[in-house]
Design a protein around this ligand. Structure first.
Ligand code: TYM
Length: 321
């Protein structure tokens, strides 16, 4: 089974990215052929500072490795190092009805929120389809916000295959229900573009400061509190299981503690959860040449795997003549 996923280097990685996709990917490594890449062309839709995009790409690679992407088990590369993806993007554009893109939620949300729109934001799902289809991926682990994009990739692949025969694998998305949408500090979906994230690798003080900003119900300290609807609880539960989770629920039910206490607790469990990854990150931070070498080898491997598909596509579509 081929499992593939990508992440945009458009800001610090956050706990929504981790639970929605990275963790699933790391777990998939033991039993599947796994493909993980850094979607730097996609990030161009929101990052216009070239120096910053370069830095964020290396930062994202360092984070990904620290969080457990193992280059011995996964093909791991930067999107722009396999240029064939842009070729496929163009080819697939001819199999993408305008209406399909006009219905894309993420584009509609961004326009509704007043983001400046441009063609790359509009055609974003076609590039994502190219990422997925170039590697004949079977499964794409994502958070809920990306489901529609994988469905668009399916539609495009079906249209292409109807024209040229059974060339592209029809992918499926995989979403883990309990972490499909991790809330941000304002209770909306956590998102780099909404500025409501709790990042994974911040320093302890600034993480606590962010966590203290999580929006909570205005109730007195003494009163029992509802945990199901509490943003602090909904983040804390990601890091807890079994008795520890039950104990937290009991603290909410019992009353006598304010949200400030729960926030401090959340900061502590989160800090503990990522301890080992932080240590690994320090290693890669100090060995950036090793990270570059890993990415280069990953790109070579990715291209080798993609070439037979791209050559078939060139042949059936008449581009090789
Ligand atoms: P990106 O960079 O926005 O997010 C990376 C992954 O994190 C998931 N995610 C979340 N999951 C749960 N709760 C949240 N609050 C949350 N926020 C983000 C996303 O669903 C995603 O799985 N278009 C993609 C990148 C991409 C890609 C691909 C993914 C480019 N090509 C091909 C898969 C396959 C994106 O913007 O993800």
């Amino acid at each position: 089974m081929r499992v593939l996923t990508g992440i945009q280097p458009s800001g610090d990685l956050h706990i929504g990215n981790y639970f929605g996709s990275i963790k699933q990917m790391v777990e998939a490594q033991s039993q599947n052929q796994t493909f993980a890449f850094i979607a730097n062309y996609h990030a161009m839709t929101s990052v216009n500072d070239g120096k910053r995009l370069g830095e964020l790409t290396m930062q994202c690679a360092t984070d990904f490795l620290a969080l457990g992407i193992d280059p011995e088990k996964s093909v791991f590369w930067v999107q722009s190092d396999v240029k064939e993806v842009l070729e496929l993007y163009w080819t697939l554009s001819s199999f993408t009805p305008m209406g399909l893109l006009e219905r894309a939620h993420s584009y509609k949300d961004k326009t509704a929120k007043g983001f400046a729109t441009n063609h790359s934001l509009f055609s974003y799902p076609v590039l994502m389809a190219a990422d997925i289809l170039l590697f004949n991926s079977n499964v794409v682990p994502v958070g809920k916000d990306q489901i529609q994009h994988v469905e668009i990739a399916r539609d495009i692949a079906i249209k292409f295959n109807n024209q040229y025969g059974d060339i592209l694998t029809i992918p499926e998305f995989k979403v883990q229900e309990e972490v499909a949408t991790v809330p941000g500090i304002d209770g909306q979906k956590m998102s780099k573009s909404y500025g409501n994230i709790v990042n994974i690798f911040g320093d302890e003080k600034s993480q606590l400061k962010t966590i203290k900003k999580i929006v909570t119900e205005n109730v007195s300290v003494e009163e029992p509190k509802e945990y199901e609807t509490c943003n602090v609880y909904n983040m804390a539960k990601l890091f807890l299981e079994g008795d520890n989770l039950k104990a937290l629920q009991e603290r909410y039910r019992r009353g006598g503690e304010g949200h400030g206490h729960f926030k401090i607790y959340l900061a502590e469990v989160m800090w503990e959860y990522f301890r080992e990854y932080r240590e690994k990150r320090e290693y890669f931070e100090k060995h950036q040449n090793e990270v570059r070498e890993i990415l280069k080898n990953g790109a070579d491997k990715a291209r080798e795997i993609a070439m037979p598909t791209i050559e078939k596509i060139r042949s059936v579509s008449g581009i090789s003549y």
